[in-house]
Design a protein around this ligand. Structure first.
Ligand code: BGC
Length: 380
């Protein structure tokens, strides 16, 4: 009898040890690293595939910190790619409308590329009509980032780092930037941004994924139901620079306080929709003093995919893919047509450096910039 107890005791110990070992050897969220080819300047790049236990798979390359593919589940449990992008590096380098990229140093537009700080005038590249857009000619979407992988029992993170030199693209200060992508087992991707500068500067970082929750890039996104937790938005001029007015969304096509299909009012006769060729505006999010909170969602009823976005940022740019014109080749064959993807970019307001009443985008020397946005997927 004693022998049997002894044996049983040992069996339990061994199986417990095996369970622990198994967890150590096989964490529940993993990162696989692959080669992604050389840039045209001969720099090696890598692709990192973050995978969780339920089946979400996110591919990130260290060129631009670009999310090249993101598999999310539909209501039947099928994981499919729901972001626009390309299959190889040369296509990204040849010209991408910021598909899936990290945007910096300044997300969205700065009027005529000019701003002043500490009484000093700065001039940035004018790369969008008469304005500066998304960090300039070689913004954070076009640089190769250093990487570090951090895997824990329940999350996997890809840490991207980049040092932007003083006056790079015209912005003052040596800026050390980190962007941390963390995937967990609840189909949530957290994007954390951190930065520190040795001189007073401006900063506004964001993530520029184009979503199409149907996973069929040959379809447009007009049937997606969008919700934006914002009572007001920023009207723009014909060059898409905010006029400075903060306008209530009530009784306008910009009211997304309840889920509304994109096409419900996108063709309404409205000067703002005319300027944007659809939606291409920044919404003034509610509860700005609450830190990380729910800000927006998108739902596609055909597949049941739901994307919910949480952020600590004051604004969100909802862009309905109006400049996609069928000239870029899609990952799945075919081309990216008009409105085949939409962006929800959490950020500070466009042109803030020139609008004293907008929340400040100034980063003082030695002070840490921190921000977080979470993209949570589910289906219903
Ligand atoms: C802007 C659009 C722009 C797009 C791609 C968005 O963030 O709001 O106007 O066309 O990025 O460049």
């Amino acid at each position: 009898m004693k022998k049997i107890y002894f044996l049983l005791f040992h069996l339990i110990i061994i199986s417990c040890e095996n369970m622990v070992k198994k967890n150590k050897i096989m964490p529940l969220v993993t990162i696989e690293k692959k080669d992604f080819g050389k840039t045209k300047d001969g720099v090696n790049t890598n692709q990192f595939i973050l995978k969780n236990k339920s089946g979400m798979e996110i591919s990130v390359i260290n060129y631009g910190g670009i999310i090249t593919s993101w598999k999310a589940k539909d209501r039947k449990g099928n994981y499919k790619d729901i972001v626009l992008g390309f299959n190889n590096l040369s296509q990204y380098e040849a010209g991408s409308p910021y598909f899936g990229a990290i945007i910096g140093r300044y997300g969205n537009r700065i009027s005529k590329g000019k701003f002043a700080l500490n009484g000093e005038n700065y001039t940035l590249a004018v790369n969008n009509g008469e304005n500066h857009l998304h960090g300039g000619l070689k913004g954070f979407d076009k640089v190769v980032w250093d990487t570090k992988e951090v895997v824990n029992d329940s999350t996997a993170s890809l840490v991207l780092s980049y040092v932007s030199k003083d006056m790079e693209e015209g912005y003052p200060g040596n800026l050390e930037v980190q962007v941390i992508y963390t995937l967990n087992n609840n189909d949530e991707l957290s994007v954390k941004y951190e930065a520190i500068s040795d001189k007073k500067t401006i900063i506004n970082l964001t993530q520029h994924s184009y979503f199409n929750l149907s996973a069929d890039f040959n379809k447009n996104i007009l049937d997606h139901e969008i919700l934006i937790n914002a009572d007001s938005f920023l009207p723009v001029d014909s060059t898409l620079i905010p006029t400075g007015e903060i306008r209530n969304v009530r009784e306008t096509p910009f009211d997304f306080r309840k889920p509304k299909k994109v096409d419900e009012e996108i063709n309404a006769i409205n000067k703002q929709l005319e300027f944007g060729i659809g939606y291409d505006h920044c919404w003034v999010l509610n509860n700005q003093d609450k830190g990380l909170r729910f800000v927006a969602s998108a739902y596609e009823s055909g597949t049941g995919r739901l994307l919910e976005i949480f952020s600590d940022q004051p604004g969100i740019q909802f862009y309905s893919g109006n400049f996609l014109d069928g000239t870029l080749k899609s990952k799945i064959g075919g081309n990216y047509d008009f409105r085949s993807g939409f962006c929800l970019e959490t950020q500070h307001y466009p042109n803030s450096p020139n609008e004293k009443d907008f929340p400040s985008v100034t980063l003082n020397a030695g002070k840490k910039y921190v921000s977080e946005t979470i993209f949570k997927f589910s289906s219903k």
